[in-house]
Design a protein around this ligand. Structure first.
Ligand SMILES: [Zn+2]
Length: 315
């Protein structure tokens, strides 16, 4: 069913935009590029209305070609009927421009930084069962971002492989606006929200990392593992290869927090969410009393600042 709205503004209303994005596979219908504009296939001056079926997605290049008359209207209609990204179900790879000899990630307010040590340095803030879910590889002056997001059925839906971003077109909504990528599995349900800050920084303030029954929630000020109510807040790791290393890893990654055995597929998350709320209130209340730890070993700082269920109950 197509959304229709008559109005005198050229701005396409948001619900209609989303319907168009879904129909077009979240990319330019000609080339699949995730950076695009909403293009009225008939001249706006004539139609003066927003009908989802009459609007398509074109990247800057193809929009210019259409405006210049180099791209015939019929070709746009044809591509609109069989959008590039829907042919394979996966978007065309888009190259992110990361580079340099150092890297920084901020995940739920926790900081991970590292420098290129000259032998293929890796920094993996989150890894589950031998699968790095997010990390940077620093090699020969290249800085390569890697990320994989799984849905609840353990199916990978968003990939960044060595700076190449591509995604499944089946989730509910995907948008790359400016430097912000938002990936939703349903209305208001964010799988991940990433801010790319090239050349060398990535910030994740909201996210849901899922893999083999492990659920890691990222909020603006903390990371919560719901399986065992473990909360990380304000941790800082520098030159640690690994951050949160969960499950069995054939090639061990040294990191500041390893949890080899974690209960999986917990149906009831209410206890973990209650624990998160209580812990955050407690951290907030204790903030004035905590010494500021800067520098030194990340392991000690991480443990010092870590709030886990056992630590919390022991206090
Ligand atoms: Zn294009």
């Amino acid at each position: 069913m197509s959304n229709t709205q008559e109005c005198n503004s050229r701005n396409v209303p948001l619900p209609i935009q989303r319907e168009i994005r879904q129909r077009c596979g979240f990319g330019c219908v000609i080339c699949g590029m995730p950076l695009y504009e909403y293009e009225h296939m008939e001249e706006w001056a004539i139609v003066q209305r927003h009908v989802a079926d009459e609007i398509t997605l074109l990247c800057d290049q193809h929009h210019r070609e259409k405006t210049a008359g180099l791209l015939p209207k019929d070709a746009v209609h044809k591509a609109n009927s069989e959008p590039y990204n829907l042919k394979s179900g996966v978007s065309k790879p888009y190259n992110l421009h990361f580079s340099g000899k150092q890297a920084e990630m901020v995940i739920g307010g926790n900081g991970f930084t590292c420098e290129d040590k000259g032998y293929g340095t890796i920094m993996v803030p989150i890894s589950v069962d031998g699968v790095p879910l997010i990390g940077f590889l620093l090699a020969d002056g290249h800085l390569l971002l890697n990320l994989v997001i799984f849905d609840e059925f353990n199916v990978p839906v968003l990939h960044i492989k060595n700076n190449q971003l591509f995604y499944s077109v089946s989730p509910w909504d995907i948008q790359l606006i400016g430097t912000n990528l938002t990936f939703r599995e349903a209305h208001r349900k964010i799988l991940i929200e990433i801010e790319f800050q090239p050349p060398d920084k990535v910030v994740i303030n909201r996210g849901r990392f899922l893999k083999n029954g492990v659920e890691i929630l990222v909020r603006p000020t903390n990371i919560l593992i719901t399986n065992n109510s473990t909360l990380l807040s304000d941790c800082h790791a520098h030159n640690c290869h690994g951050g949160l290393i969960i499950g069995y890893h054939e090639k061990p990654i040294g990191g500041f927090m390893a949890i080899p055995n974690l209960p999986r597929y917990l149906g009831d998350r209410s206890e973990a969410l209650r624990f998160e709320k209580e812990s955050l209130e407690r951290i907030e209340a204790n903030k004035a009393m905590q010494p500021t730890a800067e520098g030194g070993g990340c392991f000690a700082i991480a443990l010092d600042r870590l709030r886990s269920r056992s630590a919390y109950q022991g206090q």
